[in-house]
Design a binder for this molecule. Structure first.
Ligand code: NAG
Ligand code: NAG
Ligand code: NAG
Ligand code: NAG
Ligand code: NAG
Ligand code: NAG
Ligand code: NAG
Ligand code: NAG
Ligand code: NAG
Ligand code: NAG
Ligand code: NAG
Length: 743
């Protein structure tokens, strides 16, 4: 259980190092898993070849001596849909030999990626029997494929009560030995690193799958807290689990899962995992997602957990929905009561009934100026100090999860934990399943604790437990860890696209959290963009069920142009500092599923529209071909600037003073409708729109407008933000604008 949280939050503290490492998963020899890309000498062959031929053709790339070895086959996956190529265990010499073969493109050692509920449907405005949830039939008929750490199939969240049989197109498999799959969990596959079964040995996959499409479970809680009805966002949608992760996820497994999921017939792919930004032709998730998108599959991915620094997000291809994380309005409260009577509210899921309200000695090891790591409560630091019978104050972070810090304190004889944030973590706190009385305090309250300790000879404190409290009106607030834009791979596309619930989410778990008496249906509360992604995958399922003819880009546009921009207190959405969050933290804003169901206009994109965009990124013909899986000659395609893609948001990088783009909107609202434009120009930019009225007379009619961005003189900022909104009597269709100035 501790493991999971590390994966979700703490690994990501050291995300940059993790993401870059290219690590060997098969340590026993000098063989590494390489992903090998090949092309048919003649492009026509590509579509015609049956699978068996593909496999023998792939095999022909291996050095003769090893290709024939029946005992230890080197090819671990043969890919068909995501691209032409395979994954194989190879030495550096094998790769060298392969390079000479005709049709060889390139080989890259695979990377291992980190993995990046249930009040949240309510928080998103979904209520039973009324409104959009009912109109969308709770996602009925839609298949969500989840790439994650596997699933616990007997969990009540995956009961098929009320779920119809899967649609006839479904071709997936259930690779559990016993017949545990049902009409809810219609598929479960595992891959090479899956330990021989789709079972979840971690918890993460059970959690994300149930967030997207868990069935209704009454009386779900952890330690009796957050008690309520647990339900996923699309409770009548089907789930297919593709187990590609244990503690981390290997790229060859991810590609293999996407490859089969496309054939199986999923409608939505949900990936709560990923690495750092890369050019799209080198980004395996982006390439797999492209093939999926071409077949009409909606791909939703977590942005990553390496915030709050800018330019940290991944999974940013424009054909992917890139999801950041924000809070919900529920707190699971524990309060630190200091010896000076000061009361500071924090959070913890563990809420014992028998902790005495008496004051305990309070100790903080973080004031040692010659050791900046001393406050992180590693087991080594704690072994040097007597913390027996004391409450220990620990700094959040430092590559040790909050739960681990608590385990260390408990092992050293401490009675309680006060976890304090440093500046960068701000107001984001976690209600974790601690092993001892604990509270996680925000940055400002953490300073008060340190100030108090510093002010007295014998500081004391206790912790009191207040249970679940709904109504935090700072929510939704962007979490510190939510990775930020701008996109490195394509600065002309605004990313993240959207934010959704990702902090302290209650959802199904693989096993009981420690000493929880409720063993039948086990739940846990965890945080990460891993948790926000499946919320949006669930919303996509609802929209697809309500609008079966909408393309992936149309679904995305509907979500992005109808977001909420204010928190429950009606102030602009804040970041972890409680300052207005910028556009690179929120993207278009916070998802509002009911409004997304009826957006008025959509910005649609067809697969072929990405070709001039990719050529415009100045990728070589070969590189564009890697993504498209066919030959492309960019000299024969009219390249476009990134910002010219018909995207539902704008990101304008000012090199030249004037930039002009067009957008085409499709009327999906009322036949006769007139829209006028309302512009909030980013500071330093003059925005003009032609025409400024759009008059529609038919449903599905398309109209085009031109938007000109003119940089004003005397700009002294590096970025600013604004918006363009088309308004009719009934609808409001908003696109945010990010402006970046290369000074
Ligand atoms: C659940 O996951 C934990 C790790 O988080 C693991 O130790 C445990 O064995 C798993 N339980 C089951 C039933 O797979
Ligand atoms: C719920 O949806 C069904 C079918 O879409 C419809 O017949 C019914 O009237 C709806 N119920 C409510 C309360 O809106
Ligand atoms: C399924 O059966 C195979 C072969 O009997 C066995 O090796 C494997 O461990 C079983 N897996 C599970 C999840 O029971
Ligand atoms: C949770 O709520 C249900 C229904 O309101 C109630 O019956 C149950 O006792 C509650 N469980 C806990 C642990 O509070
Ligand atoms: C402060 O840290 C240094 C370096 O780790 C250590 O040698 C020293 O003993 C510490 N001082 C106190 C008061 O703990
Ligand atoms: C769990 O129960 C064991 C045995 O009763 C006890 O030693 C341990 O402290 C408990 N852990 C928690 C978190 O309460
Ligand atoms: C502790 O108090 C001293 C003297 O008042 C002050 O100089 C120092 O900055 C304080 N340290 C902290 C961490 O508050
Ligand atoms: C591509 O190259 C053209 C011509 O050199 C340049 O104007 C444009 O900015 C480049 N685009 C990108 C995305 O680098
Ligand atoms: C790409 O198109 C240009 C212009 O038509 C042509 O000159 C060039 O030979 C083509 N390149 C390839 C590799 O076909
Ligand atoms: C913005 O551009 C329009 C059209 O070119 C022009 O009429 C207007 O004066 C400009 N506004 C500013 C502040 O430069
Ligand atoms: C930028 O300009 C504005 C007004 O022109 C001024 O108020 C602000 O201080 C300037 N900022 C910087 C960083 O120079």
């Amino acid at each position: 259980m501790g493991l999971m949280l590390i994966v979700t939050l703490i690994c990501v503290l050291s995300f940059n190092s993790l993401a870059i490492f290219a690590m060997d998963v098969h340590e026993q020899s000098n063989l590494e898993t390489y992903i090998v890309h090949v092309e048919f000498p003649d492009a026509q062959l590509a579509s015609a070849s049956p699978v068996e031929d593909l496999e023998s053709w792939y095999n022909s790339f291996l050095p003769a001596t090893i290709a024939s070895s029946k005992e230890s086959p080197r090819i671990v996956y043969s890919y068909r849909n995501v691209f032409k190529g395979f994954a194989a265990k190879l030495s550096a010499e094998d790769v060298k030999a392969m390079e000479k073969k005709p049709g060889f493109l390139y080989a890259k050692q695979q990377k291992v990626l980190p993995l990046h509920t249930t009040h949240s449907p309510n928080f998103l405005g979904l209520s039973q029997n009324i409104g959009f949830w009912n109109q969308s039939n709770y996602g009925k008929g839609i298949i969500i494929g989840v790439l994650d750490s596997g699933i616990r199939p007997d969990h009540p969240s995956f009961s098929d009560e009320g779920v119809p049989p899967p649609p006839a197109k479904w071709k997936g498999k259930c690779e559990f030995n016993t017949s545990v799959c049902n009409k809810k969990l219609i598929g479960a596959r595992f891959f090479l690193d899956g330990n021989g079964s789709p079972a979840d040995e971690n918890g993460h996959g059970t959690h994300t799958a149930s967030t997207a499409a868990g069935n209704i479970v009454k009386g779900a809680n952890v330690y009796g807290k957050a008690n309520g009805t647990a339900v996923g966002i699309a409770p009548l949608a089907h789930l297919a689990m593709y187990k590609v992760c244990s503690e981390s996820c290997s790229e060859s497994d991810i590609l293999a899962a996407m490859d089969v999921a496309i054939d199986d017939g999923v409608d939505i792919l949900s990936l709560s995992l990923g690495g750092a930004s890369q050019s799209f032709y080198a980004d395996n998730i982006a390439r797999g997602a492209y093939s999926a998108m071409e077949k009409g599959i909606f791909v939703s991915c977590s942005a990553g957990n390496s915030g709050p620094s800018s330019g940290t997000l991944g999974n940013e291809a424009p054909w992917i929905l890139t999801v950041g994380a924000s809070t919900i309005d529920r707190k699971i409260r524990t309060t630190a009561v200091l010896g000076n009577k000061m009361e500071l509210d924090g959070e913890s899921l563990y809420q014992p009934n028998d902790f005495p309200p008496t004051q305990f000695p309070l100790v903080y090891l973080g004031m040692n100026q010659s050791d900046f790591n001393s406050g992180y409560c590693s087991s080594t630091t704690l072994s040097n100090v007597d913390v027996r019978g004391k409450i220990v104050v620990c700094d959040f972070g430092g590559g040790i999860s909050g739960i681990e810090k608590g385990e260390n304190v408990k092992a050293a004889g401490g009675v309680g934990l006060i976890l304090i944030n440093s500046l960068q973590f701000g107001y984001t706190t976690s209600a974790d399943a601690h092993v001892l009385p604990a509270t996680h305090l925000n940055y400002v309250d953490g300073l008060k604790v340190v100030g108090y300790i510093n002010s007295t000879r014998s500081p004391t404190a206790t912790i009191t437990f207040k249970g679940t409290i709904i109504g935090d009106d700072h929510a939704p607030q962007v979490a510190w860890f939510s990775s930020r834009g701008p996109s490195q791979a394509s600065p002309g596309i605004l990313k993240p696209d959207i934010i959704g619930p990702g902090v302290n989410i209650l959802a199904a778990w693989n096993s009981s959290v420690e000493n929880n008496t409720n063993t039948k249906s086990t739940f846990n509360v965890i945080s990460g963009t891993s948790m926000s992604c499946p919320h949006l995958s669930g919303v996509a399922a609802l929209l697809k069920s309500a609008h079966p003819d909408w393309s992936p880009a149309a679904i995305k546009s509907a979500m992005m142009t109808t977001t909420d921009l204010v928190n429950l207190a009606k102030n602009p959405i804040e970041d972890q500092r409680q300052l207005p969050a910028d556009i690179f933290a929120t993207g278009s804003g916070h998802v509002n599923p009911s409004r997304a169901n009826n957006p008025g206009l959509i910005y649609d994109i067809e697969p072929k529209d990405y070709i001039p965009y990719l050529c415009g990124l100045n990728y070589t013909n070969r590189e564009v071909g890697f993504i498209l899986q066919r030959k492309v000659n960019c000299s024969e395609v009219s390249s476009i600037a990134e910002a010219q893609l018909n995207y539902p948001s704008f990101s304008v990088v000012f090199g030249s003073a004037i930039q002009r783009y067009t957008r085409t909107v499709t009327n999906v609202g009322e036949a006769n409708s007139v829209y006028t434009v309302e512009v909030v120009p980013p500071s330093g930019v003059n925005v003009t729109i032609k025409p400024n009225t759009l008059s529609f007379s038919k449903v599905n009619q398309k109209l085009t407008y031109e938007i000109t961005f003119n940089r004003l003189s005397g700009v002294n900022v590096t970025m600013s933000q604004g918006s363009v909104t088309w308004k009719s009597a009934k609808y409001s269709v908003r696109s945010p604008i990010a402006a970046m100035f290369l000074i």
